[in-house]
Design a protein around this ligand. Structure first.
Ligand code: CDP
Length: 219
């Protein structure tokens, strides 16, 4: 079986960037599980599916027609043949994703698809429940976290690099709302696996976190 490195943590902890960096360094596949929840949300919004109909959402999740095209550095995501890499990254879709992700039937419907990513030579799995639910036997488990303020600042910086300017307090509130939903949901709540190494990156640079992660996976 292919080795799996589970990287979990809250919104804005740097998981996405660091998982991508780690996968490229090791030559491993990458699973962006958050993208799957975002794709379910986008598909539901496109189909005018009510976001409170659990079984309707689960059907959408099970039937999701998605393709990930990777060139080592970046990934292009297609839904029903349409390029949606940018469309799934909006705040609206993120908020809807965190709602659909709270439904057990939706999470179940995505489980086998996520496990299918574990292929030779190995997988870096980025999410909220990689180490607890999807890959409980993962070789390495890392839980990346940071204060809500630090995470909000990173998000603001990311957005302003794209020419999008947002209110910092609003971003902090959004992050806290998302945290709360992720932590308090009944299934697969956001929390470190008991055997995960926790890295608090509030006062660390990306390069420092990356070095710490390499250290862990080379142990
Ligand atoms: O970019 P951000 O970290 O805010 O979100 P994401 O990783 O793209 O995931 C979007 C939403 O999907 C999160 O707010 C979670 O509620 C949910 N999610 C989840 O429940 N389980 C995962 N393994 C990954 C994401």
């Amino acid at each position: 079986v292919a080795p799996v490195i589970a990287i979990d943590g809250p919104s804005g902890s740097g998981k996405g960037t660091l998982s991508q960096m780690l996968a490229s360094r090791l030559g491993y596949h990458l699973l962006d599980s958050g993208a799957l929840y975002r794709l379910v949300a986008l598909a539901a919004l496109n189909k005018k599916q009510e976001l409170d109909d659990e079984s309707g959402l689960a059907r959408i999740a099970a039937a999701l027609d998605v393709r990930f095209e990777t060139d080592g550095q970046s990934t292009r995501i297609f839904l029903d043949g349409n390029h949606v890499s940018d469309a799934i990254r909006t705040e609206d879709v993120g908020m809807a994703a965190s709602k659909v992700a709270a439904y057990p039937a939706v999470r179940d419907a995505l489980l086998a698809r996520q496990r299918g990513f574990a292929q030779i030579p190995g997988l870096v799995a980025d999410g909220r429940d990689m180490g607890t639910t999807v890959f409980p036997d993962a070789e390495h488990k890392i839980f990346l976290t940071a204060s809500a303020e630090a995470r909000a600042d990173r998000r603001c910086k990311q957005l302003s690099a794209k020419g999008i300017f947002v209110n910092r307090d609003e971003v902090i509130r959004d992050i806290q709302a998302r945290d709360e939903r992720d932590i308090n949901r009944s299934v697969s709540p956001l929390k470190p696996a008991i055997d995960a190494v926790v890295i608090d990156s509030t006062r660390m640079t990306i390069d420092e976190v990356f070095a710490a992660m390499l250290d862990i996976v080379r142990r």
